[in-house]
Write a protein that binds this ligand. Structure first.
Ligand code: RB5
Length: 152
């Protein structure tokens, strides 16, 4: 059954724990790809686990958390088919789904308190992609990923 893949580095562990609690409260199944303690790790390793799970369809969508969210977003977006959106507030969380159809939500564990982070996840989960002109723009992003460099 496809569900939500979630992972963090040490900088996002506490927020990941809060979000896992939220997902449990909502009876949503999730696969936790780590980390399980606050030992220092390399965030690209965890971004790759979640991004591959989503890109291959093994998981429907993903959540990634590091200290700022920046590193996780950069790394996850290297995987073809991934639209990872780093969000900071309710507006960007909603837009990430409505306009960008983000299949991975990225949060900064050293930026957001646990209540805000959980709220942003709820907004992203409950919002719907608008399609239409936004789908055309997502198609153009996919084409960028496929074109050889220097062809602009
Ligand atoms: C780890 O110290 C930190 O660099 C990482 O959590 C994240 O903020 C990277 O973008």
């Amino acid at each position: 059954m496809r569900m939500i893949a979630i992972a963090s580095d040490h900088g996002g562990l506490h927020l990941k724990q809060a979000i896992c609690q939220l997902l449990q409260q909502r009876d949503m199944e999730f696969a936790d790809f780590g980390v399980t303690d606050d030992s220092s790790v390399d965030y690209p390793d965890y971004a790759l686990k979640v991004a591959e799970a989503v890109a291959t369809g093994r998981q429907a969508r993903g959540i990634l958390i590091c200290g700022t969210g920046i590193g996780m977003a950069i790394a996850a977006n290297k995987v073809k088919g991934i639209r990872a959106a780093l969000v900071h507030d309710e507006f960007t969380a909603r837009m990430a789904k409505e306009h960008n159809n983000a299949n991975i939500l990225v949060l900064g564990g050293r930026i957001l308190d646990e209540q805000t982070g959980a709220r942003l996840v709820e907004i992203w989960l409950d919002s719907h992609f608008e399609g239409g002109r936004h789908q055309g723009r997502l198609d153009k992003i996919e084409q960028i990923a496929c074109r050889p460099c220097g062809d602009a």
